[in-house]
Design a protein around this ligand. Structure first.
Ligand SMILES: Cc1cc2nc3c(=O)[nH]c(=O)nc-3n(C[C@H](O)[C@H](O)[C@H](O)COP(=O)(O)OP(=O)(O)OC[C@H]3O[C@@H](n4cnc5c(N)ncnc54)[C@H](O)[C@@H]3O)c2cc1C
Length: 385
């Protein structure tokens, strides 16, 4: 096989966004770009199993800026994105209210359109909501909601293919390095060695496992998160994506009384648990919490469920983007810890600029550099759902 200029390992939302953005740059057009993807059906890819929602209510300014670019891209996709901008609603009891106010100030300073609401205002807007234990709500009036995640992935993949990017179906088994630490190739399951000038590690939850084959410590692993679908006679009109103080989240799926929900796992949060929805979580924790927050949900009907992996960066729950100091020709683009779909366009643009120009030109992603791990300086995201 001829040597690619750029080899992107992993063709999910992140890898495909990088390929599409790079191929669209004049400096990227002359390069041969290959995306290595083991499963074009994306059966286990997080991008195909996510809740596909977008918010600006983060605790780090860069994550807000990344969402703002993601939003711009989704709006530009038009009806193909199926974007529903009904906002996230973070609810807080008196204990959490001060923290919510602080985050609200940070988010507004970053240009987000977020309103703080009293329980009375919450009740007025969403009369089906129980608010007796609440002190405050924080609601995204615009720029937040949900979209067609599969549509975004396929859009970027299509754009990449149309611009000459090659998708190769193969599984990377090992990264190979020389004595200086430089990456010399990617060994595939059939024994082929693929080589390139630049390599990008965009394997989602599996990024840490592949990096370890070359002795590289990338603190990313797969943490199972389950999503449950239910139907309810209470249709909770104009429901936002609600984040409850109990950890429960839910949002509508269409307008006909269908909802999806989830929450932190009940059991031990081990790496790479089988991708079956966690048993008991819905009945034991989520359903009671749903009925407490929306009394009409008492008589809901469970429908089906699925599970996917959060590609968790166990260091600080934020993406790792940029070169690894001990292996400078390997760029990381992984570890987004459950918020990577909405950030895929911004990460795609940033990594494309880094490859094409050797620097970020639109948005400085330096705070996500993996150098922060060795320096022991976390860039912590508090709002991981
Ligand atoms: C239940 C759930 C809910 C979520 N909700 C949201 C949300 O509301 N909003 C949001 O922004 N994000 C959400 N996320 C997170 C989001 O899905 C991920 O951050 C994002 O999809 C990561 O994209 P990726 O391309 O890095 O990973 P993936 O989509 O997993 O893609 C990685 C690809 O690499 C391939 N691969 C792996 N190893 C190899 C190998 N060795 N060789 C070749 N190919 C390989 C895989 O087949 C896969 O296709 C959620 C995730 C889950 C699980």
């Amino acid at each position: 096989m001829s040597k690619s200029s750029v080899l992107i390992i992993g063709g999910g939302a992140i890898g495909s966004a990088i390929a599409a953005h790079l191929a669209a740059l004049p400096e990227g057009r002359s390069r041969s770009i290959t995306v290595l993807e083991r499963d074009p059906s994306y059966a286990q890819a997080s991008s195909a199993l996510s809740a596909a929602s977008i918010r600006q209510q983060f605790s780090t300014p860069l994550n807000i800026s990344l969402s703002q670019y993601g939003l711009q891209q989704l709006r530009a996709m038009g009806p193909d994105a199926s974007l529903v901008e009904r906002g996230y609603l973070y609810l807080s009891t008196p204990e959490g209210a001060e923290g919510l106010r602080e985050l609200h100030a940070l988010q507004c300073a970053a240009g987000a359109d977020i309103a703080l609401m009293t329980p009375a205002q919450l009740n007025q807007r969403w009369p089906w909501l129980a608010t007796q234990d609440l002190a405050l709500g924080s609601w995204g009036r615009s720029g937040e909601g949900w979209f067609d995640g599969w549509g975004l992935l396929q859009h970027d993949r299509r754009q990449a293919l149309q611009q000459g990017v090659r998708y190769l179906q193969a599984e990377a088994m090992a990264l190979e390095r020389d004595a200086t630490g430089t990456l010399t190739g990617v060994r595939c399951a059939d024994g082929t060695l693929l080589q390139a000038e630049h390599y990008v590690l965009a394997c989602g939850a599996w990024s840490g496992t592949l990096a370890a084959t070359a002795g590289l410590a990338v603190p990313v692993s797969g943490k199972r998160r389950s999503v449950y679908v239910f139907r309810s006679p209470e249709k909770a009109p104009s429901s936002p994506l609600l984040i409850d103080p109990s950890g429960l989240w839910f949002r509508p799926e269409g307008d006909d009384g269908l909802f999806i929900c989830g929450g932190p796992p009940l059991g031990p949060d081990d790496d790479f648990l089988p991708l079956d929805p966690e048993p008991d979580l819905f009945e034991e924790r989520l359903w009671p919490a749903l009925a407490e927050r929306v009394p009409g949900f008492e008589s809901l009907r469970p429908q089906r469920a699925w599970a996917g992996y959060y590609e968790m960066n166990n260091f600080d729950h934020n993406g790792l983007v940029g070169a690894l100091p001990e292996c400078p020709n390997l760029l990381l683009a992984c570890g987004f810890s459950g918020h990577g779909l909405q950030h895929a366009p911004g990460v795609g643009r940033g990594v494309a600029e880094l490859i094409a120009y050797g620097e970020y030109r639109s948005l400085d992603l330096a705070p996500l550099s993996p150098t922060r791990i060795a320096a022991g300086q976390p860039y912590r995201e508090l709002n991981v759902i």
